[in-house]
Write a protein that binds this ligand. Structure first.
Ligand SMILES: Nc1ncnc2c1ncn2[C@@H]1O[C@H](COP(=O)(O)OP(=O)(O)OP(=O)(O)O)[C@@H](O)[C@H]1O
Ligand SMILES: [Mg+2]
Length: 359
């Protein structure tokens, strides 16, 4: 959602329930340079399911995040933030092709059927898909809707942290930008974001988000299962997950044997989503590949498990290849920072607001 004209190289800020992350990229010729990166843990109860419960504490963390980053200090107070996918709605709707006359009324009418929100208390943003001709009877629009209160709380926390919020966009838009930076934008691609508390599933089509949903399976759930089944405390279980993952050779494959059945429903669901999407694709698009992001994507040998069930190329989301080497120490951070990197790519592209493609 476009709020102001962009400032130069706005930083990307990703607020999850347990961590806030910031990235600033700066263009250097045809490449990008990582100027600034930081994260802070968020104490429990400050952000719940993406809703900000304590503005004061979160704005304090944001101030600190920007004041004491790794590398350099951000060169701007301008920020692009993502809104939690679970609280926003993105839909493709068909509308009569009378852009100038009743567009607004048609859009609201079309949306009311699909979106369980009071549209009088929501922000609506839209983008026409393709380039409709005057003779086309229908046009397709990609619409994002976010509750007004949610948007206002994100703006208020920025204000209190003395940041200038330029754009709030859906997490799926940021992740698509991150993934599509590395793969050709044409056709359809799936992204799986394995977070601490949930998993996001996205399908991009050309340069927009054609599908997004959230599943309950999460990285923390995997840790919880190990804790119970192996009688470990939370830290030990987290270590077992990170060290052994799905490696059959580690701890005699015990951790793999416990985690695999937990992950299979996610893969089953992903296959169903791919089939449903392909069956309903107007242009007969097929999903070409799968990008894994989020901290949970680092689970060792996860790509092999996925490939054994879903016959698509699988890749782990990394830093954009046109980024000047961020240094050995930061390389492993890319999957966890995928949303913040996607947001900062939009900042570093410095597009005029009227030509922005993603919502
Ligand atoms: N090497 C690793 N192997 C397996 N899991 C890992 C690894 N590193 C991190 N994780 C898991 O990744 C999860 C955190 O992911 P991430 O940082 O993407 O979440 P988040 O963005 O804070 O939360 P969310 O996206 O759910 O709101 C945790 O469950 C953590 O245990
Ligand atoms: Mg996340």
């Amino acid at each position: 959602m476009k709020l102001l004209r962009p400032f130069q190289n706005a930083m990307g800020i990703d607020i999850s329930d347990q961590v806030v992350r910031m990235v600033q990229l700066i263009p250097k010729g045809k490449k990008f340079k990582l100027n600034s990166i930081s994260s802070r843990p968020i104490p429990e109860g400050i952000v719940t399911d993406g809703e900000i419960k304590d503005l004061k504490v979160l704005s304090g963390l944001l101030k600190d995040l920007v004041k004491k980053p790794h590398l350099k200090h951000p060169s701007t107070s301008a920020a692009i933030l993502s809104l939690p996918e679970r609280k926003t709605f993105t839909k493709i709707i068909e509308l009569p092709n009378d852009m100038h006359e009743n567009f607004d009324a048609n859009l609201r009418e079309g949306l009311a059927e699909h979106i369980p929100l009071n549209l009088d208390e929501a922000y609506i943003d839209w983008q026409i898909i393709g380039e409709p001709k005057p003779e086309d009877k229908k046009i397709r629009a990609l619409v994002s809707v976010a509750p007004q209160l949610l948007v206002e709380s994100y703006l208020e926390v920025c204000k209190q942290a003395r940041l200038t919020p330029l754009i709030l966009e859906t997490e799926s838009a940021a992740l698509s930008r991150f993934a599509l930076e590395e793969i050709p934008g044409s056709g359809s691609h799936m992204i799986i974001d394995l977070g601490a508390n949930r998993t996001g599933i996205i399908i991009t089509e050309e340069d927009f988000v054609a599908y997004s949903s959230t599943l309950a399976i999460s990285g923390n759930q995997l840790t919880g299962v190990l804790q119970i089944k192996l009688g470990l405390n939370a830290n030990e279980a987290e270590q077992a997950k990170i060290i052994c993952g799905l490696d059959p050779k580690k701890s005699k494959g015990v951790v793999k044997q416990i985690l695999e059945p937990e992950l299979k429903p996610l893969l089953q669901k992903s296959m169903e989503i791919i089939s449903f999407y392909e069956e309903h694709s107007i242009k007969n698009f097929k999903v070409k590949d799968l990008t894994l992001v989020g901290g949970g994507a680092k689970l060792s040998h996860l790509d092999e498990l996925i490939s054994s069930m879903i016959s698509l190329p699988v890749r782990l989301g990394g830093w954009p290849s046109n980024l000047i080497n961020p240094g050995e120490k930061l390389l492993h951070l890319a999957p966890s920072y995928a949303t913040a990197i996607g947001l900062s790519l939009r900042g570093a592209q410095n597009l005029p607001w009227f030509s922005d493609k993603n919502l």
